[in-house]
Write a new protein. Sequence first.
Length: 158
Amino acid sequence: MKKTKRTPAGEALTNLMLDLFRLSSRLLTVGDRLAAGLGLTSARWQILGAIVEAERPQPVAWLARDLGANRQNVQRIVNDLHSEGLVAFEANPHHRRAQLVVLTDKGRRTFDAAMELQAPWVNGLSEGLSVKDLQTVHRVVAALRKKLESKDEPEERV
């Protein structure tokens, strides 16, 4: 069987992906620890953040799309957030069954408290890193995400 070799760019991107997987895992662990006292996990915090960042109330499917997450997982977490009074559901004038998810006052206070904890942590983590380098990494990651979002699954070769 013939083994396909990676190009130099493919090799560099593979190494970056492996580091991004490790980084993502560490970020989720730290996020869980940082927000635990607020009753949040990284996943809950991310969903609250997606609600805050949205220009208007969104249904769960749209929040999942924006997060690049599975709709069923987001629905489960949104239901948990709802049972704890952090989010509420509103009628969607465009779709009877796909309710809109909105932050409650308690949800806003909880999210703001998490961001207050995040600020000193992220400021310390960023010490010694160049803003220009961070912006470059952000552009590269955003470009890769955009390419992945516009393509179907990888082709299986036999």
